[in-house]
Structures are given as C-alpha cells and as structure tokens.
Design a binder for this molecule. Structure first.
Ligand code: CA
Length: 452
C-alpha cells in the first residue's frame, strides 16, 4: 500500500513537472509549482518512474538538501532529480539548491540542513578536505565524505579578446610566455581570476602558466572574483583571464569579448574535476539514503554520458531555474564542439564526461586523485609540507570509495566498470610531467616552478 501511494505520487508529480520545465526553455518565469514548497519541487520534480527500492533497503529518510553550481558539473544532480533517478531509489523528496557561489556552498554545509543550509553539495577539490579540517570554515571542522566524482573535463581558461594573436595557446613556451613577461615588466601585469581560491580553477591556471615557464607567483597577478562579476570584469578590462566550467568559456566567445586558449582536457586528459561530498554526520546517520543517492547519481551519470541524450540534457540545463542561459550555448560544449575564438574543436573525447572516459570510470572517486590535489596544494604553499606525510590518513578519513563500490555492486554495474584499485596509477600532463601517486615528493621535486 505504501509503495503504491509513493508511485502514485511520483507519477502525479511528474506530469506537473513538465509544465515549468518547458516554460523555462522559452525564457518564461518558472511555473508556480517550483515555489510551492511541495516535496521534490526545488527545481523540477521527478519524472514518473517505478520504484527500484528492494525490501529492507528503504532509505531512512526520503529527503536531503544538496547544493549545486550552474555549470555542467552539476548535470548528474539535476538529471537525477528531473529524470526521476533519485525517486526511483526512494529519495522522493530530495532537494537540489542552486548556490550563488562556492563560498555560499561552504557556508551552507557548515550550517547544515537543520540550520537552513545543506547536507551535501558539488565541490571543487580539495574543498571537502579544507572543510573537514576547518581550513576554510573559520577553524570549525565539519567532517565531510567524498562519495563520487561528478564529471571529468568540461572546463577551460578564458582570456580577454585583446590578448588574441599573442601566442597564448595550449603551450605558452616561447612567444606566449615572452608576451606575458613583457606585460609584467611594463607594469601591466596579466590578471588571472578564479571564483574560489586554492581549488581546481586556480590549480588549472597555475599548472598551465607554470608549464609554459611563467611563475604564477611573480609573473602574473592571481585573484578571486565573485562568480556574478566574472563576465562584467572581463568586459571592462579589470581582468585578463578566468578559469571556469562550461558553458562560460563558450559564452564569452559567443558574446564577443574573449577567447579560450586551452581546455582543461588538453592540460590533463580525463583529469579529476568536481565531486559530490556530503557531511559525515548525515551519511553516518543515513547509510541507506546515502546508497540511494549514489545509485540515483550513477544512473544519471550514465544517462548524461550518452551523447544521444545530450540535446535533451542541454534543454534541461538551459531552463531558467537551473542555468538560465540559451540552450545553444550549452549544447556546443556538451557535444565537444568548442568555439574557442582562435580555433575550433570538434572532438567528443574533449567534452565533459560523466561515466566513462579514456582511463575508465569517471564516477569512482580515486584516492590517487585526492592525493594529487593535496600535493598540488603543497606545491603552491596552500597546505604545509607535512600534509604529504599525513595524506593517507587524511584521505582515508574523507574519501569513501567503499560506499561508491557498494552502491555500484547493488546497482548491478558490471565488474569491469568497478575499479579494483584506489589508485589510477601514474598520470601524465600535457607538458610530459608525470605524477606517480606512490611518489608524490618525487613529483614535487621534478617541478621547476613551485613555491614549496
Ligand atoms: Ca569545474
């Protein structure tokens, strides 16, 4: 009886859900149901699906509050909700909440849902570690678990149009590097921005510059710019570059004030990008609901990864209540078609990927990738050198790849798609530098430009 009622509710909610979603595509205000406060109506509610909850595995709660940022990394969360994958696994009342910026996500996770904040969110790395250790939360330690990776690739570094034709490409060595150094010596130091410091966006900029012989500490100015200000600041010349996720780099090209010299997929193919992290106290209290969330996201990731679904994905994401940008701006990057300004890319293998990439699993959270982010944090002096000696303990306390595996097995994911090691092995970057997770200090020693 209970199951019939739930199914009936989901089916009803699904019919209502299509109305605001379609409206959103044409730029109209979201329909009334998105403000109704009814279960599952943050964003569009679930589409009708049959429950896949096995007897004895009913989640402890049907809801959780998960934050997201309006960039392609968030697609698995939005699709798990709108296509009904969360509901299918019993999370019929889950809420996903758009965050104004990364700082808001951090503040809301610190408060927790009991205080009007969040239980979990999408994260750049190593934010879940910095929150767990109290480093970005005013010393308040809020233990977090990393549960899955949401995506790989789909990010880029965008530059203002005035720097076109100056040799600023994937590889800066030579003309591009000389140009940036000339700017510094003539008192017009190049300003490169990111929306949150000491995480992915800053790491990609620093890696790219340093690989090209530019010292990010001295040859350029690095700064944090609020998300809402990035486009305006670039337009008025207050900054020269910014690092961000799709569809923003394409957008600056389509709006005619910038270009994109490098995709992150060209810096490090199949690189780690953003993750789902939930508060430890919530996961420990709700282990079955955590499994249900993971299964919903895994199914959403498989759906998002299928290029046949990406037109529909662009429609879903473009809706006003999610990204609120024209569908065409999102569809290009989703299909691996990048208008970069000085060149074009048409290569699905460089697009954002959600489930499988050239190295295997996207969704599985490799501990070796967490170690790279911690090592890179040491490289630039963001974390003390001693971090490497304690890295294993730190990572084992935050990265719950064991919970990912449990959910994957329960979902019937083929064994071949479930990694057998917590390390992806040696990683190679575009400049030939290698990171061996067994020898992080050797990686640091090999780098010519670093702060440590
Ligand atoms: Ca990103």
């Amino acid at each position: 009886m209970a199951r019939f009622s739930r199914r009936h509710f989901i089916a009803t909610a699904g019919v209502l859900a299509t109305v605001p979603l379609l409206k959103g595509c044409f730029g109209n205000p979201p329909g009334p149901s998105s403000q109704s406060g009814a279960p599952g109506t943050t964003g569009s509610p679930a589409a009708p699906v049959a429950s896949a909850v096995k007897p004895g595995e009913e989640p402890e709660v049907k809801t959780a509050k998960i934050g997201y940022l309006p960039i392609v990394e968030a697609a698995p969360l939005i699709v798990a909700l709108t296509k009904g994958f969360f509901a299918k696994h019993g999370m019929t009342e889950i809420k996903i909440e758009k965050q104004a910026n990364w700082g808001s996500a951090r503040d809301n996770i610190k408060i927790g849902s009991a205080g009007g904040g969040l239980d979990g969110s999408q994260w750049q790395m190593p934010m879940p570690y910095l929150i767990s250790e109290g480093i970005i939360t005013d010393k308040a330690k809020v233990p977090m678990y990393i549960l899955c990776q949401l995506n790989t690739q789909g990010n880029a570094i965008a530059l203002a149009s005035k720097h076109k034709g100056k040799g600023l490409g994937v590889n800066l060595t030579g003309k591009g590097a000389s140009y940036l150094k000339e700017l510094a010596s003539s008192g017009k130091k190049f300003k490169a921005a990111y929306t949150f410091p000491k995480a992915n966006q800053e790491f990609w900029i620093r890696y790219w510059l340093a690989a090209g012989g530019i010292n990010p500490e001295t040859d350029v100015d690095l700064l944090t710019v609020p998300t809402a200000q990035t486009v305006a600041d670039m337009k008025r010349g207050a900054m020269d570059a910014f690092s961000t996720g799709d569809p923003w780099p394409n957008r600056i090209v389509s709006e005619g004030f910038g270009f994109t010299p490098v995709l992150t997929a060209e810096i490090w193919k199949a690189h780690p990008e953003e993750y789902l992290g939930i508060r430890k106290d919530w996961v420990d209290k709700n282990p079955l609901a955590t499994q249900a969330i993971l299964k919903g996201i895994m199914e959403a990731q498989q759906w998002c990864d299928n290029f046949d679904n990406r037109k529909e994905l662009a429609t879903i994401l473009s809706a006003r209540e999610y990204f609120g940008v024209p569908e065409a701006v999102i569809l290009g990057p989703l299909m691996g078609k990048y208008e970069l300004g000085e060149r074009k890319v048409d290569d699905k293998s460089l697009a954002v990927l959600y489930w499988k990439d050239s190295k295997g699993s996207v969704s599985y959270p490799y501990k070796s990738h967490d170690l790279w982010f911690l090592t890179e944090s040491v490289r630039w002096g963001f974390l003390p050198k001693e971090t490497l000696a304690n890295a294993k303990t730190l990572i084992d306390g935050v990265n719950r790849e064991d919970l990912w595996k449990k959910a994957a097995i329960s979902l019937g994911i083929p064994a071949a798609d479930i990694p057998t090691s917590t390390s992806r092995g040696v990683e190679e970057f575009f400049d030939g530098v290698k990171f061996d997770p067994e020898k992080p200090q050797a990686y640091l020693d090999s780098l010519k430009i670093k702060k440590v």
